[in-house]
Design a protein around this ligand. Sequence first.
Ligand code: AMP
Length: 277
Amino acid sequence: MLLFKKIKDLQNHLSTLTGTIGFVPTMGALHTGHISLIAKSKEENEFTVCSIFVNPLQFNNTSDLQKYPRTLPSDMELLVSAGCDILFAPDASEMYPDTKEPELKFEVGALDSVFEGALRPGHFKGVAIVVHKFFMIVNPSNAYFGLKDYQQCMLIKKLVTDLKLPIVLHFEATLRENDGLAMSSRNTRLSDIARHKAIRIYEALQYAQAHYRTQNITMLEQRCKSWLDEEPLYRTEYFNIVNAETLLPLHSLAEPAVALCAAFVDEVRLIDNLVLN
Ligand code: AMP
């Protein structure tokens, strides 16, 4: 695997390649979920580029940014075993050389006012800026994202559609631990007891999936949220069943539906979701 830290060096190398490029953007602290995206890209492309960049623009909380795990040596080992061809791991000064905040002519729109957008002001604008920048640098044929970050997938879809970028997007299923907890780099911050309790989120999502056709949606959302919060380690921020395309309230069971959840489990904020139909 080749490692590049500078945009120019990466681009010089990419210009010598012939064949499709699959791109997997990440913030590192890689786990099997990330590696499943690399595997998918390898299956479908001649070359796979992974980026590792903890993007300061998408953190609205500086302590969260500082606490974000940085594990480049073990990430590289995982990427090498997965057969990744190229790793791009720039410093923040390489991605954002100007002190002025970069701009992007793209309206995040309603996605910024619901769920993760509402609770993390500026987050999706930061994601859109960095992903757009990576797309311009790498110029991939295909790009791979995890449905684990459902709202982020909707944002990237809007970005690619609105800016008419010639990139095919692939949204891949969430990889879970054996007990159902969605794999996440944040899981390592859970204490043993919190780790054990964290599976309630997936249990609530499955309950919602089993009952959303037969129960009143608002009451079902409330029931799931209260059930999570019965556990003293929990502080649930939202548990909602919404239209899977617009993330707006469901009006009919014929619409595509997704259940979205965010909860603090003993101070570690976890998000998860389940497409219901
Ligand atoms: P992150 O490094 O957390 O920004 O994640 C990089 C990519 O990996 C994003 O597209 C995530 O949605 C995806 N991802 C994170 N966790 C999982 C998982 N458990 N299963 C599949 N993809 C995931």
